[in-house]
Ligand binder design. Structure first.
Ligand SMILES: Cc1cc2nc3c(=O)[nH]c(=O)nc-3n(C[C@H](O)[C@H](O)[C@H](O)COP(=O)(O)OP(=O)(O)OC[C@H]3O[C@@H](n4cnc5c(N)ncnc54)[C@H](O)[C@@H]3O)c2cc1C
Length: 477
């Protein structure tokens, strides 16, 4: 392929154009050109690295880890409890977001041969993208345009005008509100409640339904609720906000309190607080993308009803909104685009690999594949096994008091796992074995020969597999 062509007004023609340089867009561009002469441009309107690096995964986990360490130190005999340093926690967060400076990511992209352009990009026609920068460049893609524009928070109408916090303020927290309401009962709400309570806020969680973390095995929500109560978080279930008023709302900056006191009217009574975090979900960021210029709507993106040159990946595609999942899809997509463009054989793909997720609450929740309810809904005849997380010596060694459960969901017919959930200290590190077992379709009679080391938490696998009915564990005649 010829190198990137410079034309009038610095217009470009390249092989692949990626709109949005989050983790997903970066992976898509990298895999689309890797080991070939193909060329790629990423157009990024803000910071290369996207939400995950600066406003989501990285800062949240940087804030949560010290709490985990302090919690462990307070619950292991023979160790003096560690004292949290709130200022140090914010500094650690700042270091992990590189002080909101993306130069190292730009260096990485350029070192892999990806060209990075700054500006808002939108489609202007088939395979053409306009970048709203000083040069107002048009880029033409020979092979593919990839939309990797991520997602944005959805803030319900009741909060309009009150300038309430979104998750970016919570991860970028600078001023810790004394009294904070978090609206939501999902992953972002539960994780943010954990780190903001850890930083000293009095947190009240308002949950519309009657459980936390619905979509996981029910014991996950119960354990996380217990953990929150231990840390002084108040949780109000079956509660919706009906009105929100704020004194002197103002745009004070990321992570700062956005004005005066907030008055909330809810279906369970009235509340006065210093700040409100709306953790009420996210939606694909598909506005202002010029979809109409190519005869498309956001619904076409979500329904995967796209022309062959156009692709959507990551949060923008409406797929499961997780970094590792979006990056996986981006690697597959990028490799496929490269194979088609170069005439190389298409890469091998596994059908429907399972989605893993770790929720970094206290205790952690780690889940992959299907829950029992989801398997039932799909009509899969399953057998389950569930054991206490402290059922093995390796878990008992972690802490004095080990909460949580572990559960596997097994397809009765194939005797292969279709789902697994671990809830307990460091549960996230247990998950990949389950992901491998499901992806590799390893039947239980074979899995029983994978010997976990003593004394580690992974011996939970022994207890789980032993708890299955005998006929699931025996090889078929
Ligand atoms: C608080 C929080 C914590 C999270 N923690 C985790 C976690 O621990 N693990 C995990 O796996 N996931 C986590 N997630 C989810 C994860 O952040 C997202 O799934 C991931 O960031 C999606 O990556 P993406 O590249 O698709 O989108 P993004 O990271 O949003 O990147 C999209 C990029 O596109 C740019 N862009 C958008 N439109 C345009 C345009 N028209 N022109 C130019 N540029 C444009 C944006 O500026 C942005 O940089 C978390 C989410 C939140 C909110």
């Amino acid at each position: 392929m010829p190198d990137t062509q410079q034309a009038d007004r610095q217009d470009l023609t390249v092989d692949v154009v990626v709109i949005g340089g989050g983790a997903v867009g970066e992976n898509a561009a990298q895999y689309a050109i890797e080991g070939s002469d193909l060329t790629a441009v990423i157009v990024e309107g803000h910071l290369l690295g996207g939400e995950c690096s600066y406003y989501a995964c990285m800062p949240s986990k940087a804030l949560l880890r010290p709490l985990d360490v302090a919690g462990t130190s307070a619950d292991v005999d023979g160790v003096s409890p560690a004292r949290l340093d709130h200022g140090g926690m914010l500094q650690r967060r700042d270091a992990f977001v590189s002080h909101y400076d993306d130069s190292s990511q730009v260096e990485w992209a350029e070192s892999t041969g990806i060209q990075v352009l700054r500006g808002h990009a939108h489609l202007t026609g088939e395979r053409t993208v306009r970048v709203d920068d000083a040069a107002s460049r048009t880029i033409t893609a020979r092979h593919a345009v990839i939309l990797a524009t991520g997602s944005e928070p959805t803030v319900p109408a009741e909060f309009e005008g009150a300038h309430v916090w979104t998750s970016a303020d919570a991860t970028g927290v600078v001023e810790v509100p004394e009294r904070l309401v978090i609206v939501g009962g999902g992953v972002v709400a539960c994780e943010a409640a954990t780190w903001l309570a850890g930083l000293g806020a009095h947190v009240t969680l308002l949950v519309r339904g009657s459980a936390l973390l619905t979509g996981n095995e029910p014991f996950a929500g119960h354990s996380v609720l217990d953990g929150m109560k231990t840390h002084g978080v108040d949780v109000m279930f079956n509660t919706s906000v009906t009105a929100c008023r704020r004194d002197n709302p103002e745009h004070t900056g990321l992570g700062k309190i956005h004005g005066g006191a907030v008055h909330l009217e809810t279906t369970s009574g009235e509340l006065d607080v210093d700040e409100v975090l709306a953790a009420t979900g996210r939606a694909p960021r598909l506005d202002d993308l010029g979809l109409d210029a190519v005869g498309l709507t956001p619904e076409n993106i979500i329904d995967r009803d796209l022309p062959s040159w156009l692709h959507a990946v990551g949060d923008a595609s409406g797929d499961v909104p997780l970094t590792h999942w979006g990056k996986y899809r981006a690697r597959v997509l990028g490799a496929r685009i490269r194979a088609v463009a170069t005439g190389d054989p298409e890469p091998f793909e596994v059908q429907s690999p399972p989605v893993p997720q770790v929720i970094f609450t206290e205790p952690q929740v780690a889940q992959v594949g299907l829950t029992q309810v989801a398997a039932d809904e799909q009509g899969i005849d399953v057998v389950t096994a569930q054991v206490a997380y402290n059922a093995v010596a390796g878990s008992a060694l972690l802490r004095n008091d080990v909460p949580g459960q572990a559960k596997i969901v097994v397809d009765r017919e194939s005797r292969c796992l279709v789902g697994a959930t671990f809830v307990g200290p460091e549960a996230g590190e247990q998950l990949h074995a389950a992901t491998v077992a499901i992806t590799g379709r390893i039947p239980v009679p074979v899995l029983r020969h994978a010997v976990p080391s003593y004394p580690t938490v992974s011996e939970l696998w022994l207890r789980l597999l032993e708890s299955l009915p005998e006929e699931m564990r025996r090889p078929r005649d």
